[in-house]
Design a binder for this molecule. Structure first.
Ligand code: OSB
Ligand code: MG
Length: 368
């Protein structure tokens, strides 16, 4: 595509209910939307950082600075680039993977829209809908958690993921298992534990969980291998898998037996596909994680999750799980426990410009 420039916006979108994880409570999703401006039309991407560096080191203002001062100017140096060139051009800049992923998606969307080609087909998707799991935040107490989970099960979600943290783990998990029996159930600690908590984590074994997601720190790759030998529940890394190389290393060490793939965390949808391919070859199940995406990232995630190696339900929920109003004209909906993979060109969804404007709190255009 011939890039004329990029528009960056910070959006602040209210959540339908507070979302509590081991690292904090959010009531508003702050996110960066990227628009690639090209001679053949626009493309859209999403930088999934949050306001504060609590999930990983990336955060809104850092990603904004990296994108506007370094990543975008580097891409604008060449008159024409292919989406497949983006990661190589941005390679000299260390880290900032979420920023890179959002910029790459905008270029990819512009290129695919110009060709009339859907992202799903381009990535190698083989399904037209994907099973939808839901990530459930920490509630005031286990009884309330059971009621919230009941609501999601009634809506049709096919897999429940409970956020846990020290002191809100065993009793919460026990309450949900007790209330609903043999449902597909897993937990996510967002790196809230250390190896000193092995007894607690092994205490989750009787609940027959699909997996425990990211119990230890991002760089605790050896400790995760130690933990994996001491608990029966499969360990699934999220935060630790920042690249294809990190995935290769974690599998070699035995630190993880399932991988949560998030395009933002690994620097883009193309790197995400490479991790999918590695895992499929190795017989490692993967599933598509979420970062409370708007309709832009949610559409792209549905496309990714439709690849054949995504054998577990992902955090690819309906837009209504988080938002009253989305910024696309056809937000993802739950149909029989599944989300449909968009079939239109590019990410396959159109922007609701009125909603986009309503939630925009900052904007900047960087032109060639
Ligand atoms: O760890 O998977 C995570 C949300 C924000 C940051 C990290 C995580 C999450 C979720 C929600 O669990 C996933 C989603 O439904 O988008
Ligand atoms: Mg996670």
């Amino acid at each position: 595509v011939a890039l004329d420039g990029f528009e960056l916006r910070v959006l602040r979108i209210p959540l339908v209910s507070p979302f509590t994880t081991s690292f904090g409570t959010e009531t508003v999703r702050e996110v960066i939307i990227v628009r690639a401006l090209t001679a053949d039309g626009d493309g859209w991407g999403e930088i999934v950082t949050g306001e504060a560096p609590l999930y990983s080191s990336e955060y809104t203002q850092g990603a904004w600075d990296a994108a506007s001062r370094w990543l975008i100017p580097a891409l604008l140096e060449t008159p024409r680039i292919a989406a497949e060139d983006v990661s190589r051009i941005l390679e000299p800049f260390k880290g900032h993977r979420m920023a890179k992923a959002g910029v790459e998606l905008a270029v990819l969307d512009a290129a695919l829209r110009a060709e009339g080609r859907p992202l799903a087909a381009y990535l190698g998707a083989e399904r037209d809908r994907v099973p939808s799991g839901v990530s459930v935040g920490i509630q005031s107490d286990p009884a309330r958690l059971v009621e919230v989970v009941r609501g999601y099960l009634d809506e049709g979600y096919v897999r429940i993921k409970l956020k846990i943290k020290p002191g809100r783990d065993i009793a919460d998990t026990a309450a949900v298992r007790e209330a609903f029996g043999d449902i597909p159930l897993q937990v996510d600690a967002n790196s809230a534990y250390t190896l000193a908590d092995i007894e607690t984590l092994a205490g989750l074994d009787p609940f027959d969980l699909l997996l425990i997601e990211q119990p230890l720190q991002e760089d605790d790759i050896v400790d995760h291998a130690t933990l994996a030998r001491r608990v029966r529940t499969p360990i699934c890394l999220d935060e630790s898998i920042v690249s294809l190389k990190a995935a290769t290393d974690a599998l070699a060490l035995g630190s993880t037996s399932v991988i949560n793939i998030k395009a933002g965390r690994v620097g883009g949808y193309l790197e995400a596909v490479a991790i999918h391919d590695l895992c499929r070859e190795a017989g490692i199940p993967v599933w598509c994680g979420g970062m409370v995406e708007t309709g832009i990232g949610r559409a792209a995630n549905a496309a990714l999750a439709a690849l054949p190696g995504f054998t577990l339900p992902g955090d690819v929920s309906a837009s209504s799980r988080f938002y009253h109003r989305d910024i696309v004209t056809e937000p993802a909906v739950l149909e029989d426990g599944h989300v449909r993979v968009p079939t239109g060109p590019g990410i396959g969804v159109d922007i609701d410009h009125a909603a986009l404007e309503e939630f925009t709190v900052a904007r900047e255009t960087v032109r060639r």
